[in-house]
Design a protein. Structure first.
Length: 351
C-alpha cells in the first residue's frame, strides 16, 4: 500500500544510505547491485496490475449481473482480497519500485490508493516513510505510537477508563479490531487532507470523493440499501483483516530501540526490528511480498519479486556479522505479536 507529497523519500534510504563505504551495510548493497536486484521489473508489474484490474472489473460485473440478491454478498470476499492486492500496488508505488519517474509513481499511487480504494496516497506515504526511517522507535515510528493499541508498558500505564480496559485485553481484541481497519483507513485519509498542500488536497480530495460516489452508486444501483450496506461492511471488514494480517507479523514483538541508548546503523536498525515469515508462493501472494520484511526494509525500493532472490544474500551477510536474522512461520509470527501485546497489558491486569 496498505504510508500529499512524500516528505521522506523511501528509495533514498536504500540507495543513498548514510552508511559510509566499509560500513556494515555497504558491502551488502554492492552485492545486491551486482546481482541487478534493484533494477525495475516493469513487465512483472504491468502484468500484475493488468490482471488485478481485470479481476476487479469482473467482480463489479458480477455484482451487476447478480443484482439484488443475497448471493451477491459472496462477491464481497474476492472484492476484499483484490482490494488488498490493489493496496499492495499502491504500497510499491509509494516506494518507487515500479517505474522510473516520480510522476509515474504518483499517478499509479493516486489511481490505486485514492480512486480504487478511497485511501489517501499522501497520508499513507507520509506515515509509512516515517515508519521506515525509524522502525519500532517509540518516539519516531507512528506505527508504535499511542492509538487504539499501545506497544510498551509505559504507554499502557498512562491509559484511563475504557482505554485502560482495552489495553488489558488488546491481545484478544486485536484481530476483531482489524475488522474496523478498512473503514478507519478511509476516515484517516479524509482527515489528513487538511495537512496537505492546497493543490494536492484538491486532487486527493476529488479522487477520494469520486471513489465513494462510484462505489455506492454501483451498489445502490443494483441492490437494496440494506444489502448494499451489508456488502460494504463485509468487504471493508475482510479488507482490513487481510491488510492487518499482512502487516502485523512484520515488527510487533521485535526489538524496540532505546531512544537514549546505542544508535544503530542502517543495517541493524532495519534487521533487528523486523521479522520475516517463511512460506512458498502462496504466502508471498497472500502477504504481498511483505513476508520478506527484512529485505524490504533494507532495500525499500527493491521491486517486490526480487525480495525472495535477495534473501540468501541478506541472511548470509547477517550471519557473517553475527546480526540476528528473525524468521518464523506465519502462525508463529502472529503468536509472537499477540504475546507482545499481552505482555504490554500485563501490569494492568495485575492491578
Amino acid at each position: 500500500m496498505p504510508q500529499a507529497t512524500v516528505t521522506v523519500p523511501v528509495p533514498a534510504a536504500a540507495e543513498d544510505s548514510t552508511d559510509v563505504a566499509g560500513s556494515e551495510f555497504a558491502p551488502l548493497l554492492r552485492q545486491v547491485r551486482q546481482h541487478g536486484l534493484l533494477e525495475r521489473r516493469r513487465g512483472w508489474y504491468a502484468l500484475g496490475i493488468t490482471l488485478n484490474l481485470l479481476v476487479l472489473g469482473a467482480i463489479g460485473t458480477g455484482v451487476v449481473l447478480l443484482g439484488d440478491s443475497w448471493w451477491t454478498l459472496l462477491l464481497a470476499v474476492p472484492a476484499a482480497v483484490f482490494s488488498a492486492r490493489t493496496a499492495f500496488v499502491g504500497h510499491d508505488a509509494g516506494h518507487a519500485q515500479i517505474a522510473k519517474s516520480r510522476r509515474a509513481h504518483r499517478v499509479i499511487g493516486l489511481i490505486h490508493a485514492n480512486l480504487l480504494l478511497g485511501m489517501s496516497r499522501s497520508w499513507w506515504n507520509d506515515k509509512h516513510n516515517r515508519h521506515h526511517a525509524n522502525p519500532n522507535h517509540i518516539d519516531k515510528d507512528p506505527d508504535v505510537g499511542v492509538g487504539a493499541l499501545v506497544w510498551t508498558q509505559k504507554q499502557a500505564a498512562e491509559r484511563e477508563g475504557f482505554l485502560r480496559w482495552l489495553t488489558r485485553n488488546q491481545a484478544r481484541l486485536f484481530f476483531p479490531m482489524l475488522l474496523l481497519e478498512g473503514i478507519a483507513l478511509k476516515i484517516s485519509s479524509f482527515q489528513d487532507l487538511k495537512r496537505q498542500q492546497p493543490r494536492e488536497r484538491v486532487v486527493e480530495g476529488l479522487l477520494l470523493t469520486a471513489h465513494l460516489i462510484g462505489y455506492f452508486a454501483l451498489l445502490l444501483s443494483v441492490m437494496s440499501p440494506g444489502k448494499a450496506v451489508v456488502f460494504a461492511l463485509v468487504q471493508h471488514a475482510l479488507f482490513g483483516l487481510h491488510l492487518g494480517m499482512a502487516f502485523a507479523p512484520n515488527h510487533k514483538g521485535m526489538e524496540m530501540p532505546d531512544p537514549d541508548g546505542e544508535r544503530w546503523g542502517h543495517l541493524k536498525r532495519q534487521v533487528l526490528t523486523s521479522r520475516n515469515v517463511r512460506g512458498g508462493l502462496l504466502t508471498d501472494w497472500f502477504l504481498g511480498g511483505l513476508n520478506y520484511q527484512i529485505e524490504h526494509h533494507l532495500f525499500p525500493n527493491m521491486p517486490r519479486p526480487n525480495l525472495r532472490r535477495a534473501q540468501p544474500l541478506v541472511r548470509a551477510h547477517c550471519a557473517a556479522l553475527d546480526v540476528s536474522y528473525a524468521e518464523t512461520g506465519l502462525i508463529a509470527s502472529y503468536g509472537q505479536a499477540l504475546r507482545h501485546m499481552h505482555e504490554v497489558g500485563e501490569p494492568l491486569r495485575a492491578q
